[in-house]
Ligand binder design. Sequence first.
Ligand code: GLN
Length: 302
Amino acid sequence: MKKATKVLALILAMAMMACTLVACGSSADTTATNTEAAATETADTEAAATETADTEAAAETEDAAADTEEAAPAEGGTITFGTNAEFPPFEYVTANGVIGEYDGIDMALAKQIAEENGMTAAIENIEFDSLLVALQNGQIDAVIAGMTVTDERKEAVDFSIPYYTATQVMIVKEDSDIAKAADMADKKICVVQGYTGEVCVNEMGYPYEAFKKGTEAVMELVNGKCDVVVIDSATAAKYVADNEGLKIVEDPDAFASEEYAIAVKKGNTELLDKINKVVEAKLADGTIADLAVQYSEATVEE
Ligand code: GLN
């Protein structure tokens, strides 16, 4: 790897990890349920983020992105979406998926984005932590992975219109006495590496164990080896439905709302416009809301 690429990979890895006020903290002004409110909220936190951001690193990221600028896939071509298919109901591997072996809300949306632009969708299944690097390297054209928009990630990539609002929640055993985030103080906490859930718990200052996959963290909980898993709401609901004896505990004062969006390489407005056009239409006509219901109820056939 060239030095510049290594530096870029490091910056991106840090960006993936870094938290923002969008993901954690008080919900007093973060109950956004629409894009406009979310945008205002982001603007509020942007100044703080800019102040603390390593501006040198950010400049280098942009330089590197400019060096490898590529044209957006053209009509008749393929859009290669990167995802991490370990995040039901958004993306998972199944016998008969909507794109090959991949299925879920994001996969259905990716297919529609490609098709409505006269193209085909392909999926690259890679580790969540590596998605933004793969985007910068040109290995993939876009990231669709239930990815939360954060100020740090925005330093590295451009995001589409948000298409889903989520929040971090706690999954606990049914008989657990955890009723709010502060109750995790003396408990064993499990998270998934690189997810916003890890960032939030880290910010709260609690020790935790990070797993590669959500299923691994949930298995620790089921087996009594940890007391609580902090993870995104819709995914938590899926795990609770699929495993006996678990429940969800919410704490909106501790976990603010998050917006999921699709990422493209910085400056790739051509592809971003193609994506936004379809996302906007599918939000307006209720398709995305329908997909959310459909896939939240679906059982995964392995
Ligand atoms: N929304 C979380 C994040 O962006 C988790 C996403 C995922 O695991 N696919 O970090």
